[in-house]
Design a protein around this ligand. Structure first.
Ligand code: M6R
Length: 614
């Protein structure tokens, strides 16, 4: 979604802003813009399209200044076009503002401001903010920071903003509510602001994460000062970034998605490190230690998430039921938050989110928290909003995921859920000591088995080439493999724009079987396990209708080999761990089909990496 970058220092701001906007491209956007202050003049450049289009638009003119703001917009209110792109400017021409989030009560504010002579140009909700701040400055005679604070008092919604004022060429003001902002503190008084740390890390490792309801004022003379919306002074808490620049580069791969698929042996290992000890037969999750007993005694677990994180949650349901014998309900955060769900004080709610910023998941957490449940987070981004609002949690150590399609985050989430379910099951005595130890050893062996699956990429690419022109695809799995079928279908949809559906294999005959003909590829997870024979029957049903079957099988399988059009063998592992292996061929198939179809793999159309609006 939208991205923010801002700079105040003694260097030229424009190259820093452009580089920062490039770092933010992964979030998904459809227009970009910058505003620069130089010698009393405020210059704004903005246009629909990519950061490269913005550069062409600027074309070496009007890009001077050591103070500037930049933005990538993901359209919500009004289509992607030059006028709706940020920054937006006040009628007086003095103020420029960039904004992430949504101003819910923008319509009445706009009406009121119009009646007071402010001229609106765009369809955006954002534009009301810049006129409102300008209006307050003029009518109240307040300075920029106080005008921002007063304006935000009357705003309902989510925002991260940065504002410049032509009359204050040494200052920028930023504020956040429900949309993240990070401030980087560099050398010699230079400061950076960004919606995430990716544009900052190459300049400084010292950062301050702005809290909800805080307003930061950065000026050349006094540096960084923070107040909250109630005008109370806050002390900035400076932290060191854990992010490393190499993690934001492609490292020789053609796309981030491919790099991230290949990083999975490492990211799963990192998610296990220090937590799984096969020698002592222990699982230690330090982040949830204080809530372990509550977890062990839980009568019910609710899991909330969106998209791929929701799919990981479904795997979690199978894991907790199988290993810890606790009833589990998995909820789309977006549905959960608007129902009137029954939540008990002894419920454990697991919130799963790669970004830790997904608006619906955050709202679902707030709802469950308000009703007294204990919230455990599984997040990838350290210090993210979800990581901060949950009672406890375990980070997935997948490293930054830049490709919009989630890959290594999914396997890291499933890894952490597996550790949790094993630990809780062991403590509850719902799995035998023998099975517990065997599963620990098997889990420890997963990264090496993922490496083995990845070595099969050439064959997977060959299959992708055969089916690259298909317009529909079906993904089938049973038990632990059902969520993987959903995830496989989502991957194909989001990056190749091929219509795909995931189903529990047995459901096929209740409807989707009508779609099957000789054109239809059907991807089936047919690994050895309790439902193997049933899945073999489902494959036969597809073949009887001339569908094309691509089956993921356990190494050495000959039965499915004889039935399917193609088989992709993967190493043997117990059924609860199978999703960590069976998802990999689906990720690779989607990746290669998308590349062969000429799609923008890392930034698929219409999609955003972190969905910070509901
Ligand atoms: O950051 P989150 O895990 O909360 O994001 C949830 C979904 O938006 C995300 O998983 C989305 O479905 C991905 N594009 C899937 O690849």
């Amino acid at each position: 979604m939208c991205g923010i970058v801002a700079y105040l220092g003694d260097k030229q701001a424009y190259p820093i802003l452009i580089n920062g906007l490039r770092r933010l491209e992964y979030r998904g956007y459809d227009s970009a813009g910058v505003a620069l202050l130089n010698e009393g003049a405020l210059t704004i450049h903005k246009c629909q399209g990519k950061v490269s289009d913005l550069e062409a638009h600027v074309n070496g003119h009007g890009h001077q200044g050591t103070l500037g703001i930049g933005h990538t917009r993901w359209a919500t209110h009004g289509p992607p076009n030059d006028i709706n792109a940020h920054p937006h400017q006040s009628t007086s021409g003095d103020l420029a503002l960039i904004h992430n989030g949504i101003i819910e009560n923008y319509a009445p504010i706009k009406e009121e401001l119009r009646s007071r002579g402010h001229v609106f140009h765009s369809d955006t909700d954002t534009e009301v903010l810049v006129h409102l701040i300008d209006d307050i400055q003029r009518s109240e005679g307040t300075d920029l920071a106080e005008s921002v604070r007063l304006a935000l008092e009357s705003v309902v919604g989510a925002y991260a903003i940065v504002v410049l004022d032509r009359k204050n060429p040494d200052m920028m003001v930023a504020a956040r509510k429900s949309s993240p902002l990070v401030i980087g503190i560099g050398e010699g008084g230079e400061h950076f602001i960004a919606s995430d740390a990716t544009p900052i890390v190459e300049h400084t490792r010292n950062v301050v994460y702005l809290e909800d309801g805080e307003i930061a004022v950065i000026d050349r003379q006094h540096g960084l000062k923070i107040r909250n919306i109630k005008n109370q002074v806050k002390t900035p808490f400076i932290q060191e970034l854990e992010l490393h620049l190499e993690a934001l580069e492609k490292g020789g791969y053609e796309h981030f998605m491919l790099k991230e698929i290949h990083e999975q042996p490492r990211s799963i290992r990192d998610s296990l490190r220090g937590r799984l000890n096969t020698a002592t037969g222990e699982v230690v999750l330090g982040g949830i230690k204080d809530y372990e007993q509550k977890f062990v005694q839980a009568k019910r677990i609710l899991i909330v998430g969106c998209g791929t994180s929701w799919h990981a949650g479904l795997v979690g349901e199978y894991l907790f039921e199988e290993l810890a014998r606790i009833p589990v309900e998995v909820e789309y955060a977006s549905e959960f938050r608007y129902r009137n769900p029954i939540i008990h004080e002894d419920d454990i709610v697991i919130a799963i989110s790669q970004s830790g910023e997904t608006a619906d998941t955050l709202a679902a957490i707030e709802l469950a928290k308000g009703r007294g449940a204990t919230i455990i987070g599984i997040c990838n981004v350290v210090g993210s909003s979800i990581a901060r609002v949950t009672h406890a949690g375990s980070y997935t150590h997948a490293g930054p995921e830049i490709g919009v399609a989630s890959t290594k985050a999914f396997t890291a989430q499933v890894t952490v859920l597996t550790l949790m379910a094993l630990m809780i099951g062991h403590k509850r005595g719902t799995i035998s000591g023998g099975r517990f130890h065997a599963l620990l050893n098997e889990l420890d062996a997963i990264p090496a088995k993922v490496e083995a699956v990845l070595r099969n990429e050439a064959q997977i690419k060959y299959i992708a080439d055969i089916y690259k022109d298909s317009t529909n695809a079906l993904y089938l799995g049973r038990g632990f493999s059902f969520p993987v079928a959903l995830e496989g279908a989502l991957k194909l949809k989001e990056i190749s724009y091929v219509h795909a559906e995931g189903y529990p294999a047995a459901e096929m005959k209740h409807g989707p079987i009508a779609l099957i003909d000789e054109e239809m590829p059907v991807f089936v997870i047919a690994t050895k396990g309790p439902s193997y024979e049933k899945v073999v029957s489902n494959i036969q049903e597809v073949k009887a209708r001339k569908g094309k079957v691509i089956a993921i099988v356990t190494e050495g399988d000959t039965v499915v080999q004889g039935l399917a059009d193609h088989v992709i063998p993967i190493p043997e592992t117990p059924e609860p761990l199978m999703p960590l292996l069976s998802v990999i061929p689906f990720q690779l198939i989607s990746y290669h089909i998308a590349v062969m179809r000429g799609c923008n793999v890392d930034q698929p159309r219409n999609l955003a990496k972190s969905v910070t609006v509901e």
